[in-house]
Design a binder for this molecule. Structure first.
Ligand code: PEP
Length: 259
């Protein structure tokens, strides 16, 4: 059975006091026995304060990116060792905003994902096509290339330590969500690809999150899809009320068996 995972990506929002307020409200709103795993990914500057505040709560800490080296002359970068030091358990890698604005390639994401696994950080590796690629009928081809490239050289044992987020670029921050049929089609496609590349056990166990304008009122219909194992939430994770509602809706009526 795959446990649902709801991850909030705060992007470049929240000063330290704002982050502390938000995480306190999220903690207050969540039940102590959440049926889903819950992760919040604040900006680097707020990781320390949030780490202290989530300690011994149901909420885990994640970062939004990292470098693949442990240390070195890489001005402005943050290493996996530093994230571990702050108590991070997860790290988002290859978000479409990093791919688009910082030219991150599958090869770079692959190096980062390998480093994350080496440091016992769970990478949430993002894949997803643009609107033009979907309209060209190339959505699956693009996602296939991203999955193959991001996990090149991974063993099945390493793949058991990762999470994938399918985030169609045209649905991020646009208010436009993939229909349940579009989401399930791509999630099932990715699961089939994982089976082909890494075997049945990896494909059955690995969590595939959906991301792209997830909100309280569309959570249930997305989360009850057989191959959707949680959500990566941007905008709606910036308000405690909507994030908590998404967490609660995500396990509303689903008990899913592994494939
Ligand atoms: C994201 O940035 O990962 C995301 C899914 O954003 P939003 O929920 O705002 O579309």
């Amino acid at each position: 059975m795959r446990k649902k995972l709801i991850a909030g990506n705060w992007k470049m929002f929240k000063t330290v006091p704002e982050a502390a307020n938000l995480v306190n409200s999220i903690k207050a709103g969540l039940s102590k026995f959440s049926d889903a795993d819950v992760v919040i990914c604040p900006p680097f500057t707020a990781l320390q304060v949030v780490s202290q505040l989530v300690n011994e709560s149901v909420v885990d800490l994640g970062a939004q990116d990292m470098h693949f080296e442990t240390e070195g002359a890489y001005t402005g970068e943050i290493s996996p060792l530093m994230l571990k030091d702050l108590g991070c358990r997860y790290v988002i890698l290859g978000h479409s905003e990093r791919r688009a604005y910082f030219q991150e390639s599958d090869e770079l994401i692959n190096r980062k994902a390998k480093a994350a696994v080496k440091f016992n950080l769970i990478p949430i590796v993002c894949v997803g096509e643009t609107l033009a690629e979907r309209e060209d009928g190339r959505a699956q081809e693009v996602v296939r290339g991203q999955v193959r490239g991001s996990f090149a050289g991974f063993t099945p044992e390493e793949m058991e330590k990762v999470v994938i987020a399918y985030e169609p670029v045209w649905a991020i921050g646009t208010g436009r969500t993939a229909t349940p049929a579009q989401a399930e089609e791509m999630h099932a496609f990715v699961r089939g690809l994982l089976k082909e590349l890494f075997g049945e056990s990896v494909a059955g166990e690995l969590r595939i999150l959906y991301g792209g304008s997830v909100k309280p009122d569309n959570t249930q219909e997305l989360m009850r899809l057989p191959d959707v194992d949680g959500a990566l939430v941007g905008g709606a994770s910036l308000k405690a009320e909507s994030f908590v509602q998404i967490v609660n809706e995500s396990t509303h009526d689903t008990v899913k068996e592994g494939a």
